[in-house]
Write a protein that binds this ligand. Structure first.
Ligand code: PTJ
Length: 254
């Protein structure tokens, strides 16, 4: 498919194409395009930009990752095809290992394919290929975790995740940062800290903020984390969406 440069939705169509090709190549789950479509719908409600209220979430997430002893970045099929280089940059900036964690059709073949995408994007080490440990109580394929990664992690960054696993990771004593475009989904509500934004915008921003926070002291970072109120943040995202919709006037289309 050739998308003309002046197509107003070019970037959005390129992301769709990456997801579609990811399915064909066995990297993205067959449910991946459905998840992507849900994300697109919520991104419209945000105006396809990072809501200003999410900037504090990004800053606090960066502080939480920075303070962690064993931070880990969880990667699934959709994330691998949408932001592979950006995930590698974040992983290097924190630093925190990338760990493959997939829900649908967890085969070693798909794990290897996702690992290859990340290695091709510059990763030097990818965890989660045929992992040996399990998150207690969780029965789905997502329960399997790497002994050097999520098994011992104190902070886990997840994206396009399901609520169950987020809940069990929290029950296992870990702090979970969840990036999700849908503030009404269980995942951001169960997370220790949610970021309502698109990963294509949020991951590069998070990397920038992690680099900026190197100037901060541990007490300053800890104060940010201690002050976080996830519920009131999610409420403020809903107010942001509602206000935006109230203020929106449809343009006349010929
Ligand atoms: O690779 P696998 O097997 O782990 O499969 C992953 C998918 C994504 C298929 C699986 O986790 C899934 O079914 O996800 P859900 O339950 O559809 O949830 C996806 C959530 O991510 C929804 O709330 C979407 O709004 C949100 N989302 C979709 N695209 C993005 C997003 N959030 C941030 N950035 C996006 N680009």
């Amino acid at each position: 498919m050739d998308i003309p440069d002046d197509h107003p939705r070019k970037q959005s169509l390129l992301y769709r194409k990456a997801i579609e090709e990811g399915v064909v190549d066995g990297i993205v789950a067959s449910a991946g395009p459905i998840a992507h479509g849900r994300g697109e719908a919520f991104d419209y409600l945000l105006g396809e930009q990072t809501p200003f209220v999410s900037m504090s979430a990004i800053t606090t997430a960066a502080a939480m990752l920075f303070l962690a002893k064993h931070p880990v970045i969880s990667v699934n099929g959709n994330a691998a095809v949408l932001v592979p280089r950006e995930l590698v940059a974040l992983s290097n900036a924190i630093p925190a290992p990338l760990e493959i964690n997939i829900f649908y059709g967890r085969t070693e073949d798909r794990e290897q394919k996702i690992a290859k995408v990340l290695y091709d994007a510059g990763a030097t080490k990818v965890l989660g290929v045929n992992p040996s440990e399990k998150i207690p109580l969780l029965t789905s394929a997502r329960a399997r975790v790497d002994k050097d990664g999520m098994a011992k992690a104190d902070v886990v960054l997840v994206m396009l995740e399901d609520g169950d696993r987020t809940e069990y990771l929290v029950q296992a004593g870990k702090k979970v940062i969840a990036v999700d475009l849908n503030p009404l989904s269980r995942t951001p509500q169960k997370a220790s800290l949610a970021i309502v934004d698109n990963i294509v915008r949020c991951i590069p921003m998070l990397t920038e903020v992690v680099i900026q926070l190197r100037q901060s002291t541990t007490p300053e970072l800890q104060a940010l984390v201690d002050a976080w109120d996830n519920k009131s943040y999610l409420q403020s995202v809903l107010h942001f969406i509602a206000d935006r919709l109230h203020a929106t006037e449809l343009q006349h289309v010929e």
